[in-house]
Design a protein around this ligand. Structure first.
Ligand code: TIU
Length: 234
């Protein structure tokens, strides 16, 4: 077992039965001209997540973590998987499916819907397309985890209080142990980032554990592995 110092107490896991889950690091949320910006958000607030997440991804690849899973929120081109309650919600400058500078907003196959280049999935890594905020709803995520014998998740990505929280809550109810990496998750609202992380670890870890990525990397990658991680962004 590997042990990571975490809040509210150390997180123990076996890397072979653990998945690194990277939630919705898509151009539509992280870059200008996408869904996040159409909702009125400052997308630059999410960009600090990228460098530490690149290091975690490199570490997970180097040690052969049980699974590496990337998720993408989005919809089929005819929007048949987008309930009206989601489509018509709020007063965005562009709605889901409208043409934007990076293609149709949050539509599968469009440039904006895909994962940012800095965190592009490698061959063999799972990519889960999801119509909702949670990663289990309407997807094969649960079946894919089960098929690989995964029992623990290391959860990263955006946004903390929306898709990360929904996924962690769904996973917790299904019996997965979840460690959320504080600097590898991001929110458009600094106060939600703080509260979102606190909610996970409060009450004795009601949904899971929280730790910075350095704690995970130190636990996973002893100095003997340093050459494998050379060349990864600092
Ligand atoms: N708006 C917002 O904070 N998030 C989303 O719509 N989706 C995800 O969190 N991925």
């Amino acid at each position: 077992m590997t042990t990571v110092p975490a809040d509210p107490y150390p997180f123990e896991f076996a890397p072979a039965t653990t998945a690194l889950v990277i939630i919705d690091m898509q151009r539509d949320f992280v870059e200008l001209g996408g869904f996040g910006e159409t909702l009125g958000n400052d997308v630059s607030l999410l960009q600090s997540v990228v460098p530490p997440l690149q290091k975690v991804l490199a570490t997970a690849r180097a040690i052969g973590m049980g699974a590496i899973v990337h998720t993408r929120e989005g919809h089929v081109p005819d929007l048949s998987d987008c309930p009206p309650a989601k489509l018509t919600r709020g007063e965005p400058s562009l709605r889901i499916g409208d043409p934007g500078p990076k293609g149709r907003i949050l539509i599968r196959g469009e440039y904006g819907h895909d994962i940012i280049d800095d965190l592009a999935p490698a061959p063999g890594e799972l990519v889960i397309d999801k119509p909702g905020k949670g990663s289990f709803h309407g997807t094969t995520f649960g079946a894919e985890l089960q098929a690989r014998g995964i029992t623990s998740l290391i959860v990263t990505g955006v946004t903390t209080e929306v898709c990360v929280h929904t996924t962690v809550r769904e996973a917790n109810d299904r019996g997965y142990e979840c460690l959320v990496l504080s600097d590898c998750t991001g929110s458009y609202f600094p106060e939600f980032q703080k509260a979102g992380l606190a909610m996970i670890a409060a009450q004795g870890g009601i949904f899971g554990w929280v730790a910075p990525s350095t704690a995970l990397i130190t636990a996973l990658a002893p100095t003997s592995m340093a050459p494998a991680l050379e060349g990864t962004p600092s």
